[in-house]
Design a protein around this ligand. Structure first.
Ligand SMILES: NC(=O)c1ccc[n+]([C@@H]2O[C@H](COP(=O)([O-])OP(=O)(O)OC[C@H]3O[C@@H](n4cnc5c(N)ncnc54)[C@H](OP(=O)(O)O)[C@@H]3O)[C@@H](O)[C@H]2O)c1
Length: 262
């Protein structure tokens, strides 16, 4: 029986796939979820473990419950649950359709809500466990306007995560609840979301380090080993947050100035 049993969504590519490979090398018992079975099995084969694959659409609560149940059938417990699946869209607020709005809310936000309600009772029963929600830096600082509803949904993920953590803190001190906020990561996310628009006012981050999926995954591995409430994966992010909340208007104007001088 492995020391740590980890369930993760969005394991068929990008950050999730990298995390599965890294946790596999640390001999976690792995239960991997995504919609594309072939890609999921390819990743499972790269983990060096007997990872369980469960075809899952995170927009369906019943799929997440089935994922939990298959993990419990195989291992009898879950130690770490990572809500990682998600996708973006390139659409300014005024161009969003109702359908696009609902689709992103469902896959980014409601999926996390379903995941939390699915696994937390098991953690409460055991008195321990670690829930990790993969959000985005854009959920903290909405500085890319064409990611509009994606940023808004990730903000809500951050908020729900904090609410849950505070709810559990007193009675379940060994149940950890974390949010991870990557910046720009070199994955298929950007192809799925659609092209980045030409730089617009407020849309430029200036020189920004693009992280690899492996770099982000390594930080999530450390988070599992040393739980904290919030993790920015890129060092410069915390400083940007300070500037943003210090004076939002001034921050937006400085981005616009940088954009027009590019
Ligand atoms: N890349 C970035 O710049 C960046 C930055 C900040 C945050 N993030 C966040 O990081 C997480 C992982 O993204 P990534 O960059 O690794 O992108 P990715 O390579 O496109 O991976 C997205 C994963 O989510 C899964 N997924 C999407 N919709 C799903 C659904 N309805 N049900 C089940 N699984 C679904 C995909 O699997 P299937 O298609 O097989 O279902 C895939 O495994 C996301 O939450 C994303 O918002 C990414």
């Amino acid at each position: 029986m492995p020391d740590t049993v980890t369930v993760m969504t969005g394991a068929s590519s990008g950050i999730g796939a990298a995390l599965a490979r890294q946790l596999g090398s640390k001999e976690h018992g792995l239960v991997l979820a995504a919609r594309r079975e072939k890609e999921l099995r390819l990743v499972a084969n790269q983990t060096g473990t007997h990872a369980v694959c469960v075809v899952t659409d995170v927009t369906h609560r019943r799929d997440l419950e089935r994922l939990r149940d298959q993990a419990l059938d195989r291992y009898g417990r879950v130690d770490v649950w990572v809500n990682n699946a998600g996708r973006g869209i390139t659409r300014p607020v005024m161009e969003l359709t109702d359908q696009e709005f609902d689709d992103i809310v469902n896959v980014v936000l409601k999926s996390v809500f379903y995941g939390m309600q699915t696994i937390i009772p098991h953690f409460q029963e055991r008195g321990q466990g670690h829930l990790i929600n993969v959000s985005s830096f854009l959920g903290r600082v909405p500085l890319v306007p064409y990611r509009s509803i994606y940023s808004a949904s990730k903000s809500a993920v951050n908020s729900l995560t904090a609410s849950l953590r505070m709810d559990l803190n007193a009675s379940y001190p060994r149940v950890h609840v974390s949010v991870v906020m990557p910046g720009i990561v070199d994955t298929n996310f950007h192809n799925v979301a659609g092209p980045s628009l030409p730089v617009r006012a407020g849309g430029s981050l200036g020189p920004t380090k693009v992280e690899s999926a492996d770099e982000v995954a390594a930080k999530i591995v450390s988070l599992i080993e040393h739980p904290v409430a919030e993790l920015y994966t890129s060092p410069s992010q915390a400083e940007l947050v300070q500037r943003y909340y210090n004076d939002v208007r001034q921050f937006e104007e400085s981005l616009a100035r940088r954009t027009s001088s590019n």
